[in-house]
Design a protein around this ligand. Structure first.
Ligand code: ADP
Ligand code: MG
Length: 558
């Protein structure tokens, strides 16, 4: 068969994968290992539904072998392999994931832990190799095939001999260049470290031939080099490990390996509960919002495992909407493997876990706010809107849960503050929590309405999100202090001027009455006021709804 070109978009994508998706070259190994593990999972899954197949765990492994002389690195797996067609489809079209198709075709909800879904991981190999060969024999085929490519100029597929089902990938490691060296990817020790770092929890053994210096038999001081096949990974999922054995990096690697996001987690929490309900969970607060977060396309949820086996990709019932940004997984021995989606909704255990998770996430955010303010502000920048939305929605049911997580910009502090901080600074005579609404801090700063309050030395919270005022209306008050818009008709600070105003109103009663009559339905009332300082006019609102809210409500489709 002649040489095939990658599809045009694939070529661009390939360049992108090689040059920009991954910040570290070493992750190519993580990608190839996760594909190998997926391939074994697929056999495992097939065996569950096909009586003619058996799955003897001892026959399944991944083996990594460097060869310095040949400058090659091979990755062997005893997984499901690929047919010729699959080779063409899965490796000839970039961004096409066979694993994704496999999962949807088989409506998988149990029995495995297939990681792949984006269809770009394999190409990471070209970060370190200038040529890649894939020799593979599918469980559904008697013939084996070799796929071969030097990167963006295309690939070829030929028939070859191979006895056993599975896949062997050979990377021809790049020659060292002036600034970049690639020798490390041929060093057993480095490879061991990379495997430990990224693939330790892979459920199948990842083997390597390791040379150990051992005492010669019968000798007390003479050593000899012995080559031993060792399993490098511990195979224990990270969530079943002891927290004290794990570093921040381990969690970050897990987050990235699981593709919870392409960013880094801002905070993680590892939960081991062993009481009336037993579960392990690792939860993450991401650093930034996914591009579709504030759209309908975004699906919240956590991965749900029953004793190490994945039952559901995105279990939505585990998270309240206002914490929909949380990523991660939950594993419980108390959940049945064959539980259906519908049954899960009513599962008592699941409800308890969800409640517990909600509490833990809240605690994490509170401690982030208290101890790592800068990180919290980063979090709030990404997900604050969702928290505000949580205060507002469900008729304010969650407001007490969430009110202390809110941040608003303060006129006097010139930074984001909590409501608690605001109230703690309020002078005795200040009755209300003042806020001003506008498109931006700049615009608000120029509002004449802010003048009187600011002159009094009172702090004003700036509401620049449309949702802000709606959320506050739900809260009604904080620590018994009511919220008051600076454009409200009654600011509650004109006390000392009241008498003067009264006097003026009385003195001009006739004039005001005449003005009111002339303006008839254009005005509600005509009266004296001390509101203006340096501006000629000021708009104030009369009722519960501020001018800003009125604008938003008027703009809403009927
Ligand atoms: P993803 O893993 O996200 O699906 P990859 O680019 O890593 O994307 O792999 C593309 C596809 O190629 C996989 O979905 C799988 O169908 C197939 N594949 C890759 N490596 C192997 C392998 N070792 N054994 C069987 N199939 C594989
Ligand atoms: Mg993959």
């Amino acid at each position: 068969m002649g040489k095939r070109k990658f599809k045009a978009e694939s070529q661009k994508l390939l360049d992108m994968v090689i040059n920009s998706i991954y910040s570290q070259r070493e992750v190519f190994l993580r990608e190839l290992i996760s594909n190998a593990s997926d391939a074994i999972d697929k056999i495992y899954y097939k065996a569950l539904t096909d009586d003619s197949l058996s799955f003897d765990v001892d026959n399944y492994y991944i083996k990594i072998t460097p060869n310095k002389e040949e400058r090659t690195l091979t990755i062997v797996d005893t997984g499901i392999g690929m047919t010729q067609e699959e080779l063409e489809n899965n490796l000839g079209v970039i961004a096409k994931s066979g694993s994704h198709t496999f999962k949807s075709e088989n409506e998988i909800k149990d029995g495995h832990d297939i990681i792949g879904q984006f269809g770009v991981g394999f190409y990471a190999a070209f970060m370190v190799a200038d040529k890649v060969e894939v020799v593979t024999k599918s469980i559904d085929s008697d013939v084996a095939f070799k796929w071969e490519s030097k990167g963006s100029d295309g690939y070829s597929v030929t028939e070859v001999d191979k006895q056993d089902t599975g896949t062997t990938i050979t990377l021809y490691i790049k020659e060292n260049q002036e600034e970049e060296t690639y020798d490390e990817f041929l060093e057993t020790f480095t490879l061991q470290q990379i495997i430990k770092k990224y693939s330790d929890f892979i459920r199948y053994p990842i083997k390597m031939d390791v040379t150990e210096s051992k005492l010669k038999e019968g000798s007390e001081d003479e050593y000899e080099d012995v080559i031993e096949e060792q399993t490098i990974n511990t195979m224990v999922p990270i969530w079943k490990k002891n927290k004290s054995e794990l570093s921040d990096d381990d969690y970050t690697n897990f987050y990235q390996e699981k593709r919870y996001g392409f960013d880094k987690p801002l905070k993680h929490v590892h939960i081991n509960v062993d009481g009336s309900i037993r579960y392990n969970a690792i939860l993450f607060v991401p650093e930034s919002a996914p591009f579709n977060y504030y759209t309908r396309d975004y699906e919240k949820g956590l991965e749900l495992y029953s004793n190490g086996v994945l039952i559901m990709d995105k279990c939505a019932d585990l998270l309240p909407d206002y914490f929909s940004f949380v990523k991660g997984m939950v594993d419980s021995e108390d959940l049945s493997l064959n539980i259906s989606r519908e049954m899960l909704q009513h599962d008592r255990q699941l409800k308890l876990i969800a409640k517990n998770i909600k509490k833990k996430v809240k605690q994490q955010l509170v401690s982030l706010l208290r101890d790592e303010r800068e990180s919290y502000e980063k979090f709030f920048d990404a997900f604050g809107q969702q928290i505000k939305f949580g205060v507002y929605s469900d008729y304010g049911q969650n407001k007490d849960e969430l009110k202390d997580l809110l941040l608003f910009y303060s006129s006097t502090e010139k930074k984001l503050v909590t409501l608690e901080e605001y109230v703690s600074r309020m002078p005795e005579d200040q009755k209300y929590i003042y806020y001003a609404t506008g498109d931006s801090r700049d615009r608000i700063e120029k509002l004449p309405q802010t003048e009187l309050v600011a002159d009094k030395g009172y702090e004003i919270l700036y509401f620049t999100d449309e949702i802000d005022e709606f959320a506050i209306k739900m809260l009604m008050n904080y620590d018994e202090k009511e919220f008051r818009s600076v454009s409200s008709g009654d600011l509650g600070i004109e006390e000392d001027e009241k008498e003067e105003n009264e006097q003026e109103n009385n003195d001009n009663a006739e004039l005001f009455a005449a003005m009111k009559e002339v303006l008839s339905d254009k005005v509600k009332d005509v009266r004296a006021s001390k509101r203006l300082k340096s501006h000629p006019v000021v708009l104030t609102a009369d009722g519960e709804i501020s001018l800003e809210m009125e604008k938003i409500i008027n703009a809403m489709p009927d």
